[in-house]
Design a protein around this ligand. Structure first.
Ligand code: ATR
Length: 283
């Protein structure tokens, strides 16, 4: 009988993760005998956990906040995306028994746009990216890979945007929010990676940009998916931009991990999207 593969998602806390729903949906759909479960690890425990996956019978798994940078440091091998982004969200053990780390966020970002708006990267190569945190790094890596020539990163703390220029090179430009509006009209793709426009209680407030002068055909996408229609997307949609919500990025970033652990390339279906949406609505 084939060995039953076991995978996990770990973070601290981890109980709100929707990754088990995604991977267990696929395991069932493809009739595979593996398992995927949430395992909480405090920062003190994580290192020992990650170094002893094989002893625990685990084939690999996903890593989320706050362990992505520690996972990066622990891996014996890393893929190009993880190297560029500086964080690991997917672990697997290779044929030589080495701990490998990958970052699938950039893949998930681009694959979501490919699925929802197939020509999103064909009509122009200028992007405006709002935010300069960890998610922004994955977005920049994806955009550079797709040949974007000019990417303005706007951030409240301009030094963090400048650090991304230093890291990713001269196609990136750093700016503060006082300049953000002036870049809207030249952007082909506008990406929000911040929680701006949400109150501390999660209620929607106005997003501080006016999209009425955006290019015809410009694309707006958010990496936040709760709520599905963020204040950023709401305003962009009202101004006529092509909008893509962030839920698909969560679903698509899960695909490469599943391939590593279970050997099947799973499909992101409408049924899966609805399953996660229903779960979000329940919470
Ligand atoms: P993530 O990994 O999701 O990107 P992060 O590293 O905490 O999370 O980054 C959050 C991003 O949202 C940052 O760009 C942050 O701006 P700062 O670097 O200046 O902190 C941005 N952000 C969060 N709340 C914000 C607010 N109220 N106004 C402006 N920017 C905000």
């Amino acid at each position: 009988m084939a060995e039953k593969k076991q995978a996990f998602v770990t973070g601290f806390p981890i109980k709100h993760s929707r990754s088990p729903l995604i991977h267990n949906y696929w395991l069932q759909r493809y009739g595979l005998s593996g398992s995927y479960k949430a395992i909480e690890n405090s920062p003190e425990n994580f290192q020992n956990f990650a170094k002893t996956l094989a002893e625990q019978g685990l084939s690999g798994g996903n890593v989320t906040i706050p362990h992505k940078e520690t996972a990066f440091a622990l891996c014996e091998k890393r893929d190009a995306a993880a190297e560029a982004i500086g964080a690991v969200n997917t672990l697997w053990i290779d044929a030589e028994n080495k701990l490998n780390g990958g970052n699938t966020d950039a893949y998930g970002f681009a694959a979501n746009l490919d699925a929802q708006l197939p020509d999103w990267d064909k009509d122009g190569k200028t992007a405006l990216v709002l935010g300069a945190g960890g998610a922004s790094r994955a977005v920049l890596y994806a955009l550079l890979n797709r040949g974007f020539e000019k990417i303005i990163v706007v951030n409240r703390t301009v030094e963090r945007a400048q650090a991304l220029v230093d890291h990713f090179g001269s196609k990136i430009k750093a700016a503060g929010w006082d300049q953000a509006q002036s870049y809207v009209s030249s952007a082909d793709v506008i990406v929000n990676t911040t929680s701006l426009g949400m109150s501390d209680h999660g209620e929607a407030e106005a997003f501080p940009l006016d999209f009425s002068e955006a290019k015809a055909g410009a694309v707006a996408t958010d990496i936040v998916y709760i709520p599905l229609e963020t204040p950023f997307l709401h305003q962009a949609r009202q101004a006529g931009l092509h909008c893509v919500d962030g839920l698909g990025m969560l679903l698509h970033q899960a695909v490469p991990g599943f391939v590593h652990w279970f050997g099947v390339r799973p499909e992101v279906t409408d049924e899966l999207r609805q399953l996660i949406l229903d779960d979000i609505l329940k919470s």
